[in-house]
Design a protein around this ligand. Structure first.
Ligand SMILES: NC(=O)CC[C@H](N)C(=O)O
Length: 354
């Protein structure tokens, strides 16, 4: 069936609809050449229509092993060519079967690079994926609907659970967790106690954890003031490590501000400089907001910056064992060069114990 991607600014892109599901979301793009299933299941895409710029998707199939959460979170996918005959030793099913099983709106055979150029020049905006025979009234009515802003509530865990069996006890506040964070923490000798986003600071500290972990998650950090309040109460109590939404909530809790980037950072080869060593790391990223340099509190030291646009990619607290990054050290589209940050977290917990 023919379908359309229609943007808020009136632009239209034609393609083929996989199945019959339609959807509304904020249109973003990711430039990674691999990792499509990890992107599809990253909860931080909740409410967003994800365009993949790489022109061939599904060539190595799908496998539940690659899932970063229980189910896909994005409001839709915009893809170019889909591989009909995947080939890989880990392939368990075709990516089309995976997408259809979860009823995610998906438009393919789209010129995704043209879509990306539009978003790069005009910024992220609302868009819909619809069947090509929809009336103009239907399209305009759909596009006029507001995007929901309770993304964190939609993806956080419904109940607490524990992962791993290591020496360090970590309380993790789940705002949209990716499985590889649990795997990375467990690999660094941690037992991770995962809690829903609305858990209070008292409950997070009740089990006398060695450290606190603040997860990534979807949406604008300004939409989760209750989590920022929780984070405020945790400051100074234990070593804290945060990733992505985690760094944004930490910076806000310390008195800083965030702002929306014109088209975000989403891809797997974003260069980031560790200002402490001068070394540049190739990182995986997925964020639409960043910490503002303006009004940065004195207690925050900037440790990492994006080489592409100079925005803040890592911070630490001047005196307390608090550290966070905007990119995804748990994701390894290639070399595992960012895993050292998890070891720094366990070192902070070890020193705090003394
Ligand atoms: N991956 C994330 O945690 C993203 C954080 C936030 N939702 C942003 O887009 O900036």
């Amino acid at each position: 069936m023919k379908g359309l991607l229609i943007l808020e600014n009136g632009a239209r892109f034609e393609g083929d609809l996989l199945g019959t599901v339609e959807g509304l979301g904020e249109l973003v793009f990711n430039t990674g050449m691999t990792g499509y299933q990890e992107c599809f299941t990253d909860p931080s895409y909740e409410g967003q229509i994800l365009t993949l710029t790489y022109p061939l998707i599904g060539n190595y199939g799908a496998n539940d092993l690659f899932m970063q959460n229980r189910k896909p979170a994005a409001a839709g996918y915009v893809l170019d060519q889909i591989a009909d005959h995947p080939s890989n030793w880990e392939c368990k099913e075709k990516i089309t079967d995976f997408i259809e099983r979860y009823h995610v709106p998906c438009l393919y055979n789209v010129d995704t690079r043209a879509v990306t150029r539009m978003v790069r020049t005009q910024g992220v905006m609302k868009a819909i994926i619809v069947s090509a025979d929809r009336s103009e009234e239907f399209i305009q009515a759909e596009l006029a609907k507001p995007l929901h802003r309770d993304q964190v509530e939609r993806v956080t865990t419904a109940y607490p659970y524990t992962y791993g069996n290591g020496k360090y006890q970590v309380s993790l506040l789940d705002c949209g967790l990716k499985k590889n964070i649990l795997v990375s923490l467990a690999a660094n000798d941690c037992t991770v106690h995962v809690f829903p986003a609305h858990t209070s600071a008292e409950e997070l500290l009740a089990g006398n954890p060695d450290g606190i972990f603040l997860s990534p998650g979807p949406g604008d950090p300004k939409d989760v003031p209750y989590v920022v309040d929780t984070v405020k109460k945790l400051i100074g109590k234990r070593p804290i490590f945060g990733i992505c939404l985690g760094i944004q909530m930490l910076a806000t809790a310390l008195g800083g501000h965030t702002f929306k980037l014109p088209f975000g950072h989403r891809g797997s080869n974003h260069p980031v400089k560790d200002l402490r060593t001068g070394r540049v790391y190739i990182t995986s990223q997925n964020h639409g907001y960043a910490i503002s340099d303006e009004g940065l509190p004195d207690s925050i030291v900037v440790t990492h910056r994006s080489v592409n646009d100079g925005t803040i990619e890592g911070i630490r607290h001047k005196t307390l064992p608090i550290q966070a990054v905007q990119y995804h050290p748990e994701a390894s589209p290639g070399p595992k060069d960012n895993f050292y940050l998890f070891a720094e977290f366990t070192k902070a917990m070890e020193e705090f114990k003394k």
